[in-house]
Write a protein that binds this ligand. Structure first.
Ligand code: CA
Length: 447
């Protein structure tokens, strides 16, 4: 007898439908339940008060988008095999299972990447996720790991998980837009699904859906600049990175126990096990930062206080060129003269250079850049920026780098230091400002 269908309520998709007992077992694995305790947008809630949603709800959303795409293929006679469908659904559900708390801050301090951890968790025979997958076949866990690592030979399934128009992006743009309240990050998701066509090993969209695709790409553009690259969202991340960098320095230079949690100490010391890594979630990390507010190291306690009380560093634009060694030395000197250690209180943040990969960092371009429109009458494929001036100019603009320097508010507000900072930075040129000649527009192609 078939298991009864399970239905979960979701604010983005309305309902999430689960028919396969395997999916239910994977959702209930403790490594997936942990994602309830990891925020999808890291410290962005300090800028957007609504941005508190979890990676758990996002993972379910990716599963649901994947289910809708596969169902659309099935209804149109392009159905994938039952095994391929299961592989795509489970891979979508598990693609973020290795995310660390406040991923990007912690990952940059540890030098790890969540995708490697997702693969490790899926392959490790002691995890509940692995045991659920091993029930399908001895090879299944490895296949899921290959899809997430983008090495699986089925390129269509890989591209549905990580591609130009994948289930991951479709869910996180809609979800992040809803929870932050950034309304123009929305697009017509049901129609995007309806215009998708699998062609051999890649996903294309019907040419008649051109404007839907444009709306999706523009929504993504708005979300990057309004949320993921937002200077204040970045400020919170820069500050948290300083907290963790100082904690790591103390671990390496003091023999005492640093945090109330031995698992976090081992993670920061670089001597962690998979179990330690899975124990460290947002709650545990924030509890440690709360404890560090009282720490006897003045730098760690001060940085922790700033993070908890939202005394975020202030930023200035440095333009679009990487600062020279001399500029960095001068900025450090300004911060040091106010009594702050520049290693923790002066940060250069570069954004924009990796537009497609930025923020969640879950994807790289699978089969080269570009999103292709399929002309049904001629069977020709055309890259969307070739016929869309809007996308072409947007793609050009996103090639631009934006470099910001972050300093404590005391430095920015000090009349003398603030004036020196002012001379070195360019407050006139706003980030996101266009600087395109007609020539550049004409040559533009998305990358
Ligand atoms: Ca994701």
């Amino acid at each position: 007898m078939r298991e009864p269908e399970k239905v979960l309520k979701d604010p983005v998709h309305g309902y999430i439908y689960i028919h396969d007992p395997l999916i239910w077992n994977v959702i209930n694995a403790r490594e997936v339940q942990r994602l309830r305790r990891v925020r999808q947008l890291g410290a962005a809630y300090l800028t957007y008060p609504g941005g508190e949603h979890s990676r758990f709800s996002h993972s379910l959303g990716v599963y649901e988008v994947m289910r809708q795409i596969l169902s659309h293929f099935e209804r149109n006679g392009w159905g994938l095999s039952a095994e391929e469908q299961r592989l795509a659904l489970v891979s979508g559900l598990l693609h973020d299972v290795g995310h660390a708390p406040f991923s990007h801050a912690l990952e940059s301090v540890l030098g790890t990447h969540h995708e490697d951890w997702s693969v490790a968790i899926i392959r490790d025979p002691t995890t509940e996720v692995h045991r659920a997958l091993a029930g399908v076949s001895p090879e299944f866990a490895n296949q899921v790991a290959q899809v997430i690592a983008k090495t699986h030979p089925n390129r269509l399934v890989v591209s549905l998980v990580s591609g130009q128009l994948d289930a991951d992006r479709l869910d996180y743009l809609m979800r992040d837009s809803l929870f932050t309240g950034v309304d123009y990050g929305k697009f017509d998701l049901p129609r995007i699904v309806r215009i998708m066509v699998p062609q051999a090993d890649r996903l294309v969209v019907k040419k008649s859906g051109r404007y839907t695709v444009e709306a999706y790409l523009l929504a993504r553009y708005f979300m990057y600049w309004q949320v993921y690259f937002h200077p204040v969202c970045r400020a919170a991340e820069v500050l948290l990175k300083s907290v963790l960098t100082r904690a790591q320095w103390l671990i390496h230079h003091q023999s005492e126990k640093l945090s109330p949690f031995t698992e976090l100490d081992r993670v920061l010391a670089g001597t962690w096990s998979l179990g330690d890594y899975l124990t460290v979630d947002d709650n545990l990390l924030l509890a440690a930062v709360s404890a560090w507010r009282q720490h006897h190291d003045p730098v760690l306690s001060d940085l922790s206080r700033r993070f908890l009380d939202r005394r975020l560093p202030k930023y200035r634009e440095l333009g679009d060129r990487r600062p020279t060694v001399e500029t960095i030395a001068a900025l450090n000197q300004i911060v040091a003269s106010a009594g702050f250690d520049p290693q923790y209180y002066c940060a250069i943040d570069e954004i924009g250079a990796v537009y497609y990969d930025y923020y969640l960092g879950d994807q790289v371009e699978l089969d080269g850049p570009g999103l292709f429109l399929w002309d049904e009458s001629t069977s020709k494929l055309i890259e969307v920026s070739k016929i869309s001036r809007a996308i072409r100019s947007m793609a050009e603009e996103t090639k631009r780098r934006v470099i910001r320097v972050y300093v404590p508010e005391e430095v920015e507000e000090d009349p003398r230091l603030g004036a020196r900072l002012h001379q070195m930075t360019d407050p006139v040129r706003e980030w996101g400002e266009l600087d395109l000649s007609a020539q550049e527009l004409g040559d533009g192609k998305e990358s």
